[in-house]
Design a binder for this molecule. Structure first.
Ligand code: GDD
Ligand code: MN
Length: 376
């Protein structure tokens, strides 16, 4: 770092206890790290603060830049997560690793207005609120940097969230907020680590028990790099709504897994038809060919969609595929076993078939999430 920019060394013996921890999730934000730090340093003069960058092992070396900064200023820390992805999970870990009574979350790319932080902190410290949301959708706020498509999606998701989850915040999708750490810690065990919508999750999980204030801000343009919000984020959002509506009984992952499974049935029959009717293979071989095709396509689709945040790559794909074959073979035995015993009690073919299929998909889902796409 340039000498002139080096902050005064902190004397730990007289240092004030930290008032505010700023948590910044990062993925490929190398060029924004120092710029944000400088802006924080300027905006938070007179406040005892720290910043925690939570980096998911960005290939662009973001964590190296943070570490260099941290070596010069102890108010800077880096949590580097390996083998994991997810904005919400990163924010949760960052806040739980913080020490100040108040924690803010903001983007690394300077889209959020750091000059609002002192005002937000004052609201929490005076106990006027327990959560302060930086809002684009109240008087004085704006999202001018959005293109019309993204603005439309953002509005739609906001409406859906407000109605379905009865969330009373004008901008529950905001990625910019500050919360009292003790209140956050109480909610943390129920929060989803998947997806982007940490604030919505916090507000929905609190069920009205948090005192919330919104303050307007202008969502600016990104400084360097590009947005990580893609069309898959819409899936995450639906998943969160579904999980909250069903009190975590149904997860989007399970629904996706079952959906992929039903695509697999179509693949199976197509394979069987081609092998048996077109190529005139014997039935047993044709059936096996259909099954292998279906398992393979299920594996690839699940790896691409259902488990995209834990996607297996390179050699891991082959290993995962073999494990998946094994899991599904046992699942098939469970399926047939359950179907037989139901049929024994109640000889209704479709009921027995459905019970068997449900058993199979639940088994395949549970066991493959344990062994094939296991959390590292
Ligand atoms: N650690 C980690 N892991 N960080 C991530 C990940 C991840 O998987 N994905 C994104 N980030 C970081 C980015 O590096 C950035 O600092 C911040 O999270 C937000 O990501 P952006 O890619 O900048 O998102 P955006 O600007 O398009 O979306 C923002 O606005 C939305 C509202 O429209 C975010 O603030 C969203 O949270 C917000 O909902
Ligand atoms: Mn951003």
């Amino acid at each position: 770092m340039n000498e002139a920019l080096r902050p005064a060394p902190v004397d730990l013996s007289t240092a004030m206890p930290c008032q505010l921890s700023v948590v910044v999730p990062t993925f490929n934000e190398r060029d924004n790290v120092v710029a944000l730090y400088r802006k924080l340093d300027a905006a938070l003069a007179g406040i005892a603060w720290e910043v925690i960058y939570v980096d998911d092992n960005s290939p662009d070396g973001t964590s190296d830049v943070v570490r260099k900064l941290a070596a010069e200023d102890p108010r800077v820390r880096c949590i580097r997560r390996i083998g994991r992805r997810g904005l919400s999970g990163a924010c949760i870990e960052g806040i739980l690793a913080s020490s100040a009574p108040c924690a803010a979350v903001m983007d690394a790319d300077l889209q959020h207005d750091e000059t609002q932080l002192p005002k937000m902190l004052a609201l929490l410290e005076s106990n006027a609120a327990e959560l302060v949301v930086g809002s684009r959708y109240i008087e004085g706020g704006s999202a001018a940097s959005f293109d019309s498509q993204r603005a439309g999606f953002s509005k739609l998701a906001t409406e859906l969230a407000k109605r379905l989850l009865r969330v009373e915040v004008a901008d529950p999708m905001s990625g910019f907020f500050m919360i009292r750490r003790d209140r956050f810690e109480a909610l943390a065990p129920e929060l989803s680590t998947q997806g982007f919508k940490i604030l919505l999750d916090v507000v929905a999980t609190a069920h009205g028990s948090l005192r919330i204030t919104e303050i307007p801000y202008t969502f600016g343009a990104r400084l360097h790099g590009e947005s990580k919000l893609d069309s898959m984020v819409a899936l995450d959002f639906l998943g969160l709504v579904l999980a909250k509506l069903t009190h975590d009984i149904i997860s989007l992952r399970f629904l996706l897994f079952a959906l992929v499974g039903s695509v697999g049935v179509v693949v199976h029959f197509t394979g069987l038809f081609i092998a048996h009717e077109v190529l005139h293979w014997p039935f047993a071989q044709s059936q096996a060919c259909g099954a292998i095709l279906a398992m393979t396509s299920n594996f690839l689709l699940n790896n691409f969609l259902t488990y995209r945040d834990q996607r297996l790559k390179g050699f891991g794909i082959l290993r995962g595929l073999l494990l998946f074959y094994l899991v599904c073979s046992v699942g098939l035995l469970a399926n047939v076993g359950v179907a037989f015993s139901v049929y024994d009690q109640e000889p209704i073919w479709w009921l027995a078939g459905a019970a068997g299929a449900l058993m199979g998909v639940v088994w395949n889902y549970a066991v493959s999430s344990l062994f094939v796409w296991r959390k590292r």
